[in-house]
Design a protein around this ligand. Structure first.
Ligand SMILES: [Zn+2]
Ligand SMILES: [Zn+2]
Length: 281
């Protein structure tokens, strides 16, 4: 969307499957001249807590909006739900996030066992090496380890041949129902936003999901073309939802955009989600 006053409401760090630490993301966002930045790691707020607890929470030229992205599932479609502007120390949210993280580790062990059964000589240590400081191990790390070990030509192949739904090394995981994620974000004082509706892959499902207590729709997204954007903007307006957007930046070589600040939204869209933590005001 590009504007003179750019913001980005969808960015991942090493606390999920991104490749830059929260500190590196903050530095890159400042260098890119962003006004508002939301860190939206998968199923965790530890990256934001990390900034807050180390006096690194940006509030001045760059303003941080607390975010999270829950991976949900509905009718075998991946449904991602973003939450913004909530209490990062909310107990119910923390409990649910811990539950998700524990099940992620169980799933990871099962995935590795399956790959070994299939004859891929890859160990948990190989994946841990790739995952580095990431606390939230996932298929993306496994895919990269498979490529690094020369067992798959590309990350894309690793997903397509082994790791995707219906593939031999796919392990189903515990996920929240969309309604559960929406309620969890609301009770933590936040605003639930349906992420990248095009990637849901079914506009009828998107419409029915929007009957939940959402506060926004991620209309601006790198994989939405001009007609998608127009369609989702109209849908958001029909449901009286705020328009949001973000780059879904991961700092991964195979994934667009490759830099922060390349895909941005207007500050005015992000501004209503910004409330500095009370202790820092
Ligand atoms: Zn997503
Ligand atoms: Zn994302």
């Amino acid at each position: 969307m590009g504007s003179a006053m750019p913001s980005d409401m969808h960015v991942h760090t090493t606390f999920s499957d991104g490749r830059l630490t929260p500190e590196e993301i903050v530095t890159a966002a400042k260098a890119a001249g962003l006004t508002y930045l939301a860190i939206t790691d998968h199923d965790t707020v530890d990256g934001i807590r990390h900034l807050y607890e180390n006096g690194l929470y940006p509030l001045k030229t760059l303003r941080l909006i607390p975010g999270i992205e829950f991976s949900c599932e509905e009718d075998e479609h991946d449904v991602h739900i973003l939450g913004y502007d909530f209490d990062i120390y909310n107990q119910e949210l923390a409990d649910k996030v811990n539950e998700l993280s524990e099940s992620r580790w169980t799933r990871f062990s099962q995935m590795m066992a399956r790959l070994q059964e299939l004859g891929y000589s890859i160990t948990e240590a190989d994946v841990m090496q790739i995952a580095g400081s990431s606390r939230s191990i996932g298929r993306a790390h496994v895919a990269r380890a498979l490529v690094k070990k020369g067992l798959m030509p590309t990350v894309h192949d690793a997903f397509e041949k082994l790791l995707e739904h219906g593939c031999p090394a796919y392990i189903p995981h515990f996920r929240l129902q969309p309604a559960e994620a929406v309620a969890l974000i609301r009770q933590a004082g936040g605003i639930p936003v349906l992420a990248h509706p095009k990637l849901v892959g079914d506009d009828e499902l998107v419409s029915s999901l929007l009957t939940l207590d959402f506060g926004g729709l991620e209309v601006y997204y790198p994989q939405h073309d001009a007609s998608d954007t127009v369609r989702y903007k109209a849908l958001a307006e029909r449901h009286a939802l705020r328009l949001t957007g973000g780059s879904d930046f991961h700092a991964l070589p195979h994934r667009e955009p490759k830099e922060l600040g390349v895909f941005t939204i207007d500050d005015a869209l992000a501004e209503p989600f910004f409330h500095p933590p009370e202790a820092l005001e």
